[in-house]
Write a protein that binds this ligand. Sequence first.
Ligand SMILES: C[S@@+](CC[C@H](N)C(=O)[O-])C[C@H]1O[C@@H](n2cnc3c(N)ncnc32)[C@H](O)[C@@H]1O
Ligand code: SF4
Ligand code: SF4
Length: 358
Amino acid sequence: MEPSLKDLTSFDIGKKLWWHLDKVNKLVNDEQVWPIHFGIDPSNLCNHDCVWCSYTEVLPNKKMLEREVLLNAITSMSKNGTKAITWSGGGEPTTNPHLAEFFHHAYELGLQQALYTNGQLLNDHHIDAITKGFQFIRFSLDAGTDETYQKAHRVRPGTFHTVINNISKIVKRKIGTTVGVSVIVHETNYKDIVKAAELMRNLGVDYLEFKPVVFAEHQGGQQYSKDWWANEVYPLLDEAKTYSNNEFKVLVIGHKFDSIIMENFGRDYHCCLSHHLQGLINADGTLYVCCNQRGNENFKLGNLNENTLEEIWWGERRKNIISNINVQKCPPNCKGHEANKVLWHAKNPLQQFHPNFL
Ligand SMILES: C[S@@+](CC[C@H](N)C(=O)[O-])C[C@H]1O[C@@H](n2cnc3c(N)ncnc32)[C@H](O)[C@@H]1O
Ligand code: SF4
Ligand code: SF4
């Protein structure tokens, strides 16, 4: 059967965890597990300069993952039972000249793959690998016009059209790969919300998702007000949703819009368990606890230029670091947030919920 997004309304992490009950059970019993998923930043170099980019702590070093180092790490992932890799950043993955070879190696080892990209530098080698074996690709487009794109991604006029052309190439070539497009909603681009929906539906992508910008601590940490979201943005998101049809979905990632305005950002858990299920390899070879902590010295588990992935993952340094994580100091809407809500309650069921009454 052709993959269909007909019934997709959101990417629900709570449902995904049911596929990994063996590992969840181990976590609940304080046992260590090998990650199901790795995020990999092939490069800290980026050809764009988005006004909201929160990765400004790693981007300046412009490092790229060494070919041999990463090929060995991918082999380790496969040997130990990792199921999937997301290629992301850091910077822009497509600036690493070995990217197509990394894709091929992971594919040969049976790993599932996805790519987050700004899409400007995608070449035929990337497109061949993606359309052959990727689960999905997600373009960070963030605009509906060249004018807004220039302001948001701070690029030269016309770059938007190059990206649209590359999205179109993938749409035309795709066999089973889901093609998604994302828009981070920020004051520079929110007026394009409806235009983006119309454009992406006409282009034939599978989905367009909207998520709120998050300002990290080093960006001042002050989020937009509840009133701004409610008065300026929500009506446009509602209008954009009317562009959904059977072939194309507009996904407003509701839990992210909710948490960004909630007290304590909706954290009802006291520790992070989600990081056990995934790791993040940055372009300088550092393995971090998670993608939201890339660049943070206190979350560096080790470096692949010095140790193997297995040595770092099962090592003493990782044990010490993860036992000292204070989730209250973590950024809002982090990658592990939704999983943490579920995992915390699996480990600490609230008796006032009467957990045995199903
Ligand atoms: C850092 S980028 C790396 C891959 C690639 N350069 C790209 O933009 O797709 C990964 C995702 O993080 C998002 N992102 C970066 N800064 C953000 C912020 N402050 N708030 C929300 N999302 C952000 C980007 O929009 C992008 O979709
Ligand atoms: S394209 Fe990605 S890495 Fe580059 S500046 Fe934008 S969000 Fe940051
Ligand atoms: S709570 Fe979020 S940011 Fe903090 S360690 Fe866990 S996944 Fe990372």
